[in-house]
Design a protein around this ligand. Structure first.
Ligand SMILES: [Zn+2]
Length: 353
């Protein structure tokens, strides 16, 4: 279960500024803020990279996020350890959320450096459950949810048999962790980093804000070029993650306008408020379009071509279905649509009269 983001360009990008036009090359890093070093790791998806952060931490380092469990990422970590860490110990590994591009090498890195994993409890437990492929965290459960929402048989089969399962994308998770709570302050190199929880993309995503540096490690909660994936998954079919996501964006929008945002994908940027406004607007427009389509009963699968106006491969269809259900569930929670199961058992949504 790889919850990657379909690359949708958004309006409002002109209000952003990018202080570093070029990302660091593989195996090298770039200082993005004092003591905050920016790494890039490859991803074998349409979204082909993730940003990771290495923070100077006294006589050591704190790592934030880890990369996918792949040969390529492990080799790049070997190079970083040999060339950049300077023989100084890694003191801890912080992970923003359980998705495999962030959490993938958490087990491998914590074992390698003999350090603890710092994470929120929901993310840690979800990683364990998804790794064990239990309950709603299986390809079969996803395919069954999407079947109820109208996905055709061939695409269901593709979801059931897809290769990039969570278990293959991460190293074995550590058997214990240090818990992060909203508002906690991590002392890193004498500076205080405040944990800012966000919801809707993952169960309990931790972003980190340092007032002294005026820098936000935003994880996947605020991205500069693409919209964060906000999906309903089989473990919580009645959920309204879009409401949670939009509410979370309002929290990040309270940070100072000049905050340097260090996102997991794309380039570091200034213009946080403009970006969160654009994302709010993006979803408002999408919801209006979906609502218009609901003049007649329509399923989540019917909505996919409306939300994603391009060909989707079998890997992307799961995220597209999850996003479509999220938009319909949000309208349902707002009572702007009603839901009915037709004779064929497919759930369809119709605009409230
Ligand atoms: Zn994510």
């Amino acid at each position: 279960m790889n919850q990657r983001v379909p690359a949708v360009p958004l309006p409002g990008d002109s209000s952003l500024s990018f202080p570093f036009p070029q990302p660091p090359a593989g195996g090298t890093w770039q200082e993005a803020a004092p003591g905050v070093f920016w790494l890039r790791m490859p991803l074998p998806f349409a979204l082909d990279h993730i940003n990771l952060w290495v923070l100077r931490d006294g006589a050591g380092w704190t790592l934030v996020d880890t990369g996918l469990n792949s040969e390529a990422t492990r080799e790049l970590w070997d190079r970083i350890a040999a060339n950049s860490l300077g023989g100084v110990p890694v003191r801890r590994v912080v992970v923003t959320h359980f998705h495999p591009d962030h959490f993938g090498l958490a087990g491998w890195l914590t074992a390698r450096f003999g350090v603890e994993l710092w994470m929120t409890e929901s993310e840690y437990v979800t990683a364990q459950v998804a790794f064990a492929q239990l309950g709603g965290f299986t390809n079969h459960a996803s395919a069954a949810l999407f079947a109820k929402h109208g996905l055709d048989e061939a695409r269901q089969e593709a979801v059931r048999t897809r290769k990039h399962s969570y278990r293959n994308a991460i190293s074995e998770p550590p058997s214990s962790f240090r818990r992060l709570l909203d508002g906690d302050r991590l002392e890193i190199d004498g500076r205080s980093w405040r944990v800012m929880m966000g919801y809707g993309h993952a169960p309990e995503h931790a972003a980190l804000y340092c007032e002294e540096l005026d820098a936000l490690i935003s994880g996947d909660m605020v991205l500069p070029k693409i919209s964060t994936n906000v999906s309903v998954w089989a473990s919580e079919p009645e959920g309204d993650p879009l409401e949670l996501f939009l509410r979370s964006l309002k929290r990040y929008a309270t940070l100072p306008e000049q905050t340097l945002v260090l996102p997991s994908h794309g380039l570091p940027f200034h213009g946080l408020r403009g970006r969160t406004d654009a994302l709010q607007e993006h979803h408002r427009l999408r919801l209006d379009e979906v609502l218009t389509a609901c003049q007649h009963p329509i399923s989540a699968a019917d909505i996919v071509p409306l939300l994603f106006r391009r060909q989707l491969d079998n890997h992307q269809i799961a995220f597209a279905m999850g996003e479509s259900i999220a938009h319909l569930n949000h309208l349902l929670h707002q009572r702007r649509v009603v839901r009915e199961a037709d004779v064929d058992g497919v759930l369809r949504f119709r605009k409230t009269r």
